[in-house]
Design a protein around this ligand. Sequence first.
Ligand code: BGC
Length: 518
Amino acid sequence: MAGGVIAADSGSNQDFPAKLTGQVLICTAIAAFGGLMFGYDIGISGGVTGMDEFLMKFFPNVYIKKHHAHENNYCKFADEYLQLFTSSLYLAAIVASCAASFMCKKFGRKPTMQAASIFFFIGAILNLTAKKLGMLILGRLFLGAGVGCGNQAVPLFITEIAPAKYRGGLNVCFQLLITIGILIANLVNYFTSNIKQYGWRISLGGAAVPAIILLVGSFMIVETPASLIERGKKERGLKTLKRIRGVDDVEKEFEEIVRATEIANKIKHPFRELTKRPSVPPVICGTIIHVFQQFTGINVVMFYAPVLFQTMGFGSNASLLSAVITGTVNSLSTLIAVFSVDIAGRKKLLIMGALICLVAQCAIGGLLKTYLTETSKVPSGTAKLVVGLICLYVNGFAWSWGPLGWLISSEVFPLETRSGGFFLAVATNMFCTFLIAQAFLSMLCTMQAYIYFFFAAWLVTMIVFVAAMLPETKGIPIDEMVERVWKKHWFWKRFYKSSDIERPKASIQLENQDKQNQ
Ligand code: BGC
């Protein structure tokens, strides 16, 4: 790895003695509830914004437009406040994930997850009891703070407690729980849409359940050894390491963590480190993967599937049912990634997934262009075909860009810039999600069926980028990415030509110390 990090991290590719203990599985399962909170929120907003009572109470203009006989199909949901309801959460999440990256370092991963669950719980209660639009948006901001803290702390937590050889599979559990959260939200919406007056309150208040589970569960989980050691609690770190690995022989791994954290701790300004030349390749690839993930158009389906289906003339209940179907496809398809990501490799999955999404988007665009005019309904056979194509599209996304966006951005950074770099990735994801959530309904209104070709063009761009620019990271130990991936890549290697000059001083010092000691 670049510079002295070799000294600190080279042991990471050794197989440290470890069992896949119950402790690790329980901790992963509990922490992944952070993903479920996130997913629940993604899924719930679309259904709720299709419910008449909710619209009547908070967005009467949209309600009137929706029921206006001659309203343009593509524009009946366009309302900037309705968009703000969905997107405000993501703005709060960006700010929160920045604060969370400091909190993770200073107080640990566990308290950051606890903060996430408390924010999320408050947000859910505010939404459950909302009387005015302001209260509703305030609730969304709290939920956003919860999502920001959770998305920053949970993947980091899972990565640090997982034994190296199970890291990939355990990491994808975060995405799996996101998709299960979306599915649960779709089911909840399906049932509550039949409850007049307060069905939407149950839907929004339901977010409190995963928050409580995460909060209560967090008292049962351990802090990660790396975080304990980083904060000077070496003995506790060692004890925890023995407990989660299920073996006594953990000295090598312990030493490895101690040395790696020594290097990381000597770097006073991790964010400044990210602006240096050797950080350019992981920063570009780790963040652009999230831009691309969002510009597959996935959240158009996740947030607005019920709204989209209503646009095609499905009744409100049928549209929610269709959203349940896409949610099921999403969860089941994510399992494919759990088992194939370490066999097929990241690049193959990304390219194949994008090709499937591309075919589906073009077909949907073509069908809607032909059959959905501004005021007509799509014929029922065509509408069903479109639902089928949306399922195909979700399937392609679920085993590729969904989990791999999170996985790749968490594995491409060297230790000293990992948490700062990962913050950039999370913030990019949240910002692009915000853009899509905020702009989609207006774009649908102006671009109409062409919107699907807009996303198709992005898919072509990402296929080219992955094929030419993204290195394969399958099977590479997380701490050897620079040596074995970036320095070997036909393009990115130029950023390392003078890497010795660019090496962090602390790393060089440590390596010199090593030489003296020998
Ligand atoms: C993305 C979300 C998306 C979800 C769908 C996640 O990886 O970050 O924006 O809604 O996948 O399953």
